[in-house]
Ligand binder design. Structure first.
Ligand SMILES: Nc1ncnc2c1ncn2[C@@H]1O[C@H](COP(=O)(O)OP(=O)(O)OP(=O)(O)O)[C@@H](O)[C@H]1O
Ligand SMILES: [Mg+2]
Length: 467
């Protein structure tokens, strides 16, 4: 059958040719499948082990497969948060020489979860809100690049944990269109309206299955996509008139954008007719402000809020080790050696699939705070690492691999499958036992949590204490 296959790809892993393309995806043997959570979809999708990675294979019409492949290539060229395309394979026939559908192959997005895999008993309003916030950021980022999605929904998005929040990635680009000249307001509004309708529908579906609290209103929660999107879009793009004697407000706007995770690539500044005002408007904004800063300092590639958290920890480390006069670049190496690496290298290989390294480090920081709080004083780093690795991490469910890869098929992840999951292993944190969500969004309490024991550092104020 192989001679009939046509593969479109920028590079082909020869192992791709060994997959059983002559079988419908439904019939692919269990031993090559990776058991990972998969969202709802019309098409058949399978996750497959290929060399040392996992790919997602979707059976789909030939024209659509090529269109989606090209769009995903454009998006990855533009560094948009989306899955990466690997190949389109056409010309498949079975043993009886009957035609089989084309497939689109993408790289499986590691540590990502479909929204239905993010809870066990039911999704709380709080989680729904955080997912919608992440989706609003994704939608704004795509719109800034001139990408009209056309089918925005929770199902067409993948989520990664990002400290106490989530970050969202586009997974289904089938209906998308790229307009390099930018989107019209009408196109943007239409996309947001569609997102709102789809999200409300998805929350209503959850509610009908008792997976969303009956007292919460899906419409009210779903409306948030519009408000969050509009707030963010305005902050990133709107003109602002500033009185000439208040020029500090320019810096203020830039810092506000940084806090939202964006960098200003180009800022347009015009003076007003009356000469007493200037008008500023961001022209080019790039997402990933903290991500890029941490990457430059340490080479670590983590999510935005994880990066923000790590940068804070790094700055705290510089202060409490009395190195405020040394450049952050130099201290960063030391912080990596003395703080980050000891934590990550203490994770035994069998636990490494639980969470991404960025999230593990974030949770370690939470745990360090929790231990210090309980003890009333800080504890040596090795001690905290050992209690995190031995008592907290093993309680977490695997996110890279949810089932043994020997399971007979990949599966539709539903709330029910996770009923028996252990709840948060955060050493009996007060909220954990009441948390209906088995896959704890542990960062949420951390955000509200009081800080660890503080020390006054001249020039920086109160900072948490390291051992
Ligand atoms: N590269 C990937 N990484 C991780 N998960 C993926 C990937 N590709 C697909 N999936 C999973 O498969 C699901 C279905 O994919 P997708 O939405 O592309 O299918 P579809 O049939 O086109 O959907 P729809 O019904 O919206 O048309 C996704 O929700 C996601 O859970
Ligand atoms: Mg889809």
């Amino acid at each position: 059958m192989l001679h009939a296959l046509e593969i479109t790809a920028s590079t082909v892993d020869p192992a791709l040719l060994d997959l059983p393309w002559e079988l419908p995806l439904e019939d692919w043997p269990a031993d090559i499948l990776a058991a990972l959570p998969r969202g709802l979809s019309r098409h058949v999708v399978r996750f497959v082990h290929l060399s040392d990675r996992v790919i997602a294979v979707k059976e789909i019409g030939e024209t659509v497969a090529h269109k989606e492949y090209e769009l995903l290539r454009d998006l990855s060229r533009l560094q948009a948060p989306s899955v990466l395309p690997t190949a389109v394979i056409t010309g498949r026939t079975d043993a009886q020489n009957e035609e089989l559908p084309a497939v689109l192959v993408t790289e499986h997005l590691q540590f990502s979860l479909p929204y239905r895999a993010l809870f066990s008993k039911y999704m709380t309003e709080d989680t729904a809100t955080r997912l919608i916030d992440a989706l609003a950021v994704l939608l704004v980022r795509l719109h800034l690049l001139g990408f009209y999605w056309g089918d925005v929904s929770l199902s067409n998005t993948l989520f990664r944990r990002d400290a106490g929040s989530f970050s969202a990635y586009l997974v289904d680009a089938e209906t998308g269109e790229l307009h390099p000249e930018g989107l019209t307001e009408g196109q943007r509004t239409y996309d947001v309206d569609l997102a709102r309708i789809n999200i409300i529908g998805e929350l209503m579906d959850l509610q009908a299955g008792s997976y969303f609290p009956s007292e919460d209103d899906p419409i009210e929660v779903g409306d948030r996509i519009r408000t969050r999107y509009n707030e963010l879009w305005n902050e990133l793009t709107a003109e602002e008139s500033i009185s000439v004697d208040q020029r500090w407000k320019v810096q203020d706007r830039i810092e506000r954008l940084n806090r939202l995770g964006f960098n200003v690539g180009e800022l347009q500044i015009k003076s007003d007719r009356d000469g007493r005002h200037i008008v500023i408007q961001p022209k080019v904004v790039d997402a990933g402000h903290y991500h890029r800063r941490l990457m430059r300092l340490t080479g670590l590639d983590v999510e935005e809020q994880q990066a923000r958290r790590m940068l804070n920890d790094l700055k705290t480390y510089r202060a409490v080790t009395e190195q405020l006069d040394r450049p952050l670049e130099l201290v960063a190496h030391e912080w990596m050696r003395h703080v980050y690496e000891p934590v990550i290298s203490a994770i035994p290989p069998q636990l490494a699939a639980k969470l991404s390294p960025g999230q593990i480090f974030h949770e370690f920081l939470e745990h360090r705070w929790f231990r210090a709080q309980n003890a009333g004083h800080d504890l040596p780093l090795e001690d905290v690492i050992s209690s995190y690795v031995n008592s907290v991490l093993p309680m977490k469910r695997d996110e890279a691999v949810l089932l043994d890869s020997g399971a007979d098929t990949t599966f539709e992840m539903s709330a029910v499958h996770l009923e028996d999951e252990p709840i948060d292993g955060m050493l009996g944190h007060a909220d954990a036992s009441n948390d209906p969500e088995a896959s704890p969004d542990s960062g949420s309490w951390a955000q509200e949590a009081p800080q660890p024991r503080m020390r006054f550092v001249p020039g920086l104020g109160l900072l948490p204490v390291y051992e």
